[in-house]
Design a protein around this ligand. Structure first.
Ligand SMILES: Cc1cc2nc3c(=O)[nH]c(=O)nc-3n(C[C@H](O)[C@H](O)[C@H](O)COP(=O)(O)OP(=O)(O)OC[C@H]3O[C@@H](n4cnc5c(N)ncnc54)[C@H](O)[C@@H]3O)c2cc1C
Length: 543
C-alpha cells in the first residue's frame, strides 16, 4: 500500500501495466505506445518512433498488420483508461504500425546471438509454425518449414476471409519472415510425402504446428449429397477464389468463428443466410463483434435450434432443413448448459445449401507415433519431452491466432535455451498487473474520445464482396491515440515530481528514454511525499 506519511521518501518502481497482462503477444504495449507518445521528449522523429515501436512488437509477434486486423484484443479489456472514458485502441494502433512496416519495407529485426549449426524443421506454415521459425531464424538458426498446401498462412490464408484479412497483408508479413532466410517447402504433407522419421533424422528438432485442419459435418439423414459442405472446406474454396454456389437459402450450423465467416461469405455470394446454433447467443464461442458484423450484414440467427434432417427432392437436390427447437438443460462438463430438444417443436426451413461448422480436429495421419495409447497427443507442448518434437498452436487446443503465435515463440525460446545453454533466453510475459486505475491521476490525460476505425456500412459490405470491412486509422489518429495512454506504472516524463520537489531530488537524465527521465538524489529529501502524491502513473512509491 502506497500510504504517504510525513516521512515519505520516494523510490522509482516500474510496474506491469494491465494491458500487457491481457496479452502476451503485443510485447511491451506501454513501451511501444510510449516510444511514439514521448518522441519529442526523447528527441526522435516520428518515422523513427514508428520503426522502434514496430520492432518492440515484432520482438514477440511478427504479424502486427495481421493481428491488428483479426485479434479479439483482450489487451483493451484491461486498459485502465476504461474507467475514465474508453480503452485505448491498441489493436488499431498495432495494425497501423504493421501497415507502416509493410509500406516502408522495414525488415524484421535479427538478434545478435548466432547459432548456425542446428537445423530445425517446422511442420505447418500457419501462424504458430511461422512464429517458431521467425524466432529461431532471427537467432541465427537454419529453419525449414514444410507445409501440405501450396501457400503458407494456415487458417489465416484458407479460413479467415479477405474482408477481414486481405491476403496481400498476410503475404507481406510472411515474406518478412522468409527474408530472414527461412526455407519453405510447400506441397509437402508430412506423413504422406515425407515421413516424420525422415524429418526427425534430418533436423535437430521439430516443431509440430499442423493446426486443427480437418472437419466433419453432422451425421443426419440427407446430409450425404450435393450442396453440403463443412465450414472449413467451404471457406477454403472461397479463399482460393473459387465460386461456390450456395443458392437462395444457405443454412449454416454452428456458433464459432468458422460459422460466422461461412455465413458472411454466403451472404456476399447473394444467399439469404440463417445460422442455427443449438445453445443461446450468450454461449456462442464466436467473437461478439463478429456476430454483430454478421447481423449488420443481414445474416439471420436462430438460437436454440439444431438441424435433425435434410430434405431432398426426387432428383437429390436439397430442398429444406428440418430443425429441432432446443432448450437449455443442466450444466455439462464444459461448464455450459446442455441443449436438450423441446418436444414437438420441429420446423422446416427452405434450403439450397447447408454448411456444417461444428467440428474441427488435427489430422495426424502418418504421425501416429506421436499420439499416446489413448490417442491424445502425449508429447507435444509438454515440457519434459525428449523425442525431438515440440508442438504448439491449434493442434493442442483450438484457439486464436495470437495464442498460436505465443506458443511458437515460447517453444522457440525453449529450444534456444536448450541449444545455447542460456537460461535467460526467454521473453518475460507479465502475469499480474500492478497498477489499478486508483493509482492513476486521470487529470494527467483528460477525457478525449477514443479513435474508432471507419467501417463499411453493412449493406455496402455485401455489395462490395470481399472488400475489407474495417479500415486502417490515419497517422493523425494514431498520434492522437498514443497521447491518451496513462503509461500505467512507468515514467512518461510529465515532470510533476520535478516541479513539486523544492529539495532538488529529481535530476534529469542526459539521454532520456521512455520510463527513465530522472534519477533520484535523496540527500536533501524533505520526506514530504508530495512527489509520490502527484505522480500520475503510479511509478513513484514510498521507499
Ligand atoms: C474460419 C476461421 C476464422 C478464424 N478467425 C480468427 C480471428 O478472427 N482471429 C484469431 O485470432 N483467430 C482466428 N481463427 C483461429 C486461427 O486461425 C487459428 O487459431 C490459427 O490459425 C492456428 O494456427 P496454427 O499455426 O496452429 O494452425 P493452422 O493455422 O491451422 O496452420 C496449420 C498448417 O499446417 C499445415 N499442415 C497440416 N497438416 C500438415 C501435414 N501433415 N504436413 C505439413 N503441413 C501440414 C496446414 O496446411 C496449415 O498451413 C480463425 C479460424 C478459422 C478456421
Amino acid at each position: 500500500m502506497n500510504r504517504i506519511t510525513p516521512k515519505s521518501r520516494p523510490k522509482q518502481v516500474e510496474k506491469n501495466a494491465p494491458c500487457q497482462v491481457g496479452c502476451a503477444n503485443c510485447g511491451d504495449i506501454r513501451g511501444w505506445i510510449g516510444t511514439v507518445a514521448q518522441r519529442n521528449k526523447t528527441g526522435i522523429s516520428t518515422a523513427e518512433a514508428f520503426a522502434r515501436a514496430w520492432s518492440v512488437i515484432t520482438a514477440v509477434n511478427p504479424f502486427p498488420a495481421t493481428l491488428g486486423r483479426i485479434c479479439p484484443h483482450p489487451c483493451e479489456n484491461h486498459c485502465n483508461r476504461s474507467d475514465l472514458d474508453e480503452p485505448l485502441a491498441i489493436n488499431a494502433m498495432e495494425r497501423f504500425l504493421g501497415d507502416f512496416a509493410i509500406r516502408e519495407n522495414v525488415p524484421l529485426p535479427r538478434l545478435e546471438s548466432v547459432n548456425s549449426d542446428e537445423w530445425l524443421g517446422v511442420i505447418g506454415a500457419g501462424p504458430s509454425g511461422l512464429s517458431f521459425a521467425y524466432q529461431m531464424a532471427r537467432r541465427g538458426y537454419k529453419v525449414t518449414i514444410y507445409d501440405a498446401r501450396e501457400k503458407a498462412g494456415g487458417m489465416l490464408r484458407y479460413g479467415v476471409p479477405d474482408y477481414r484479412l486481405p491476403q496481400e497483408v498476410l503475404d507481406a508479413e510472411i515474406q518478412k519472415i522468409l527474408d530472414l532466410g527461412v526455407w519453405l517447402e510447400l506441397d509437402t504433407r508430412v506423413g504422406r510425402d515425407i515421413s516424420l522419421e525422415a524429418l526427425r533424422s534430418r533436423h535437430s528438432m521439430l516443431y509440430l504446428a499442423i493446426g486443427a485442419q480437418a472437419s466433419r459435418g453432422l451425421d443426419i439423414p440427407g446430409a450425404e449429397g450435393d450442396s453440403v459442405w463443412t465450414g472449413v472446406d467451404y471457406l477454403e474454396q472461397v479463399n482460393r477464389g473459387n465460386k461456390v454456389e450456395t443458392g437462395e437459402h444457405a443454412i449454416v450450423t454452428g456458433g464459432g468463428n468458422t460459422a460466422i465467416d461461412a455465413a458472411r461469405c454466403a451472404r456476399r455470394a447473394g444467399s439469404d443466410v440463417t445460422i442455427l446454433y443449438r445453445r443461446s447467443r450468450d454461449e456462442m464461442p464466436a467473437f461478439a463483434h463478429e456476430i454483430e458484423n454478421a447481423l449488420e450484414e443481414g445474416v439471420n440467427l436462430e438460437w436454440l435450434a439444431t438441424p435433425v434432417s435434410l430434405e431432398r427432392g426426387p432428383d437429390g437436390s436439397l430442398e429444406a432443413v428440418r430443425v429441432q427447437r432446443m432448450k437449455l438443460g443442466a450444466t455439462d462438463s464444459s461448464g455450459r448448459r446442455r441443449p436438450v430438444p423441446e418436444p414437438g417443436s420441429e420446423f422446416r426451413l427452405p434450403a439450397t445449401s447447408v454448411i456444417f461448422a461444428v467440428s474441427q480436429y488435427p489430422e495426424l495421419d502418418g504421425m501416429e507415433a506421436l499420439t499416446g495409447n489413448g490417442g491424445d497427443l502425449g508429447l507435444p507442448g509438454k515440457d519434459s519431452d525428449d523425442s525431438g518434437v515440440i508442438a504448439g498452436g491449434d493442434i493442442l487446443r483450438m484457439g486464436i491466432a495470437g495464442e498460436a503465435i505465443v506458443q511458437g515463440r515460447r517453444a522457440a525460446e525453449k529450444v534456444h535455451r536448450q541449444f545455447s545453454g542460456d537460461p535467460e533466453a526467454a521473453s518475460k510475459d507479465p502475469e499480474s498487473a500492478d497498477v489499478s486505475s486508483e493509482r492513476i491521476r486521470f487529470r494527467s490525460k483528460p477525457g478525449t474520445e477514443a479513435v474508432h476505425a471507419n467501417r463499411l456500412a453493412g449493406e455496402k459490405r455485401t455489395r462490395l464482396g470481399m472488400a475489407e470491412v474495417e479500415q486502417s486509422i490515419s497517422e493523425e489518429q494514431f498520434l492522437a491515440e498514443v497521447d491518451r495512454c496513462f503509461s500505467c506504472g512507468s515514467c512518461f516524463g510529465c515532470e510533476q515530481c520535478f516541479m513539486y520537489c523544492t529539495a532538488g531530488c529529481f535530476v534529469r537524465e542526459d539521454a532520456p528514454v521512455p520510463g527513465h527521465y530522472f534519477t533520484l538524489n535523496l540527500e536533501h529529501c524533505h520526506e514530504c511525499g508530495k512527489c509520490i502524491e502527484v505522480c500520475p502513473c503510479g511509478f513513484l512509491e514510498v521507499s
